[in-house]
Design a protein around this ligand. Structure first.
Ligand code: F42
Length: 142
């Protein structure tokens, strides 16, 4: 089994630690809106990685938005998910095995983007702030 290597970003690392050590009862929000923790595999190191994201639900699925606050570059978890679609998602006290796929189709993207912005309005500002197309994934029950 690979080792878990926490992110070097302190506030994110601390939120994930609190979220997981409390069994999904603390540290579960950002700005009053719900957050999920996605566990995935590092595509170069093979290490276990954990990423906190806003919770965007689409039925039994989750929409994962690689906004990184509108930064010019993709967050590196995008490359991990492109290389290995098997993830685990913690949503508060529930943990689900899921498979992700990147959304390419324009119509599907428009549909899930609307869900994302409804769940977390700043995504729209992040989109306007960056010239990159923000990658979006759908995580579906495995
Ligand atoms: N980020 C978002 O993009 N969208 C969100 O909705 C979001 C919400 C959110 C809510 C709460 C919170 O605490 C954080 C939130 N974030 C959100 C921030 C998010 O959790 C990530 O911190 C952010 O997206 C940046 O992701 P990142 O994968 O670029 O993280 C970097 C800083 C990181 O951890 N780097 C590691 C390191 O050691 O430098 C490497 C991680 C890694 O996966 N390495 C790969 C490997 O093989 O191990 C290689 C990857 C490659 O191909 O380069």
């Amino acid at each position: 089994m690979a080792d878990y290597v926490p992110t070097p970003v302190k506030w994110v690392r601390e939120q994930i630690e609190l979220y997981e050590s409390s069994g999904g009862t603390q540290g579960t929000e950002l700005g009053g809106r719900p957050v999920i923790v996605v566990t995935h595999n590092g595509n170069r190191t093979g290490a276990i990685r954990k990423t906190a994201l806003m919770r965007v639900k689409d039925g039994d699925s989750y929409v994962l938005v690689a906004s990184q606050g509108g930064a010019p570059k993709n967050p590196v978890w995008v490359y991990n998910l492109r290389a290995d679609a098997d993830v685990e998602i913690r949503d508060m006290t529930e943990v689900h095995r899921m498979r992700v796929r990147e959304v390419d189709d324009a119509e599907e993207r428009a549909r899930v983007w609307a869900l994302a912005v409804a769940a977390f309005p700043p995504y729209e500002d992040y989109k306007n702030k960056t010239s990159r197309t923000i990658p979006v994934f759908i995580a579906e029950p495995a």
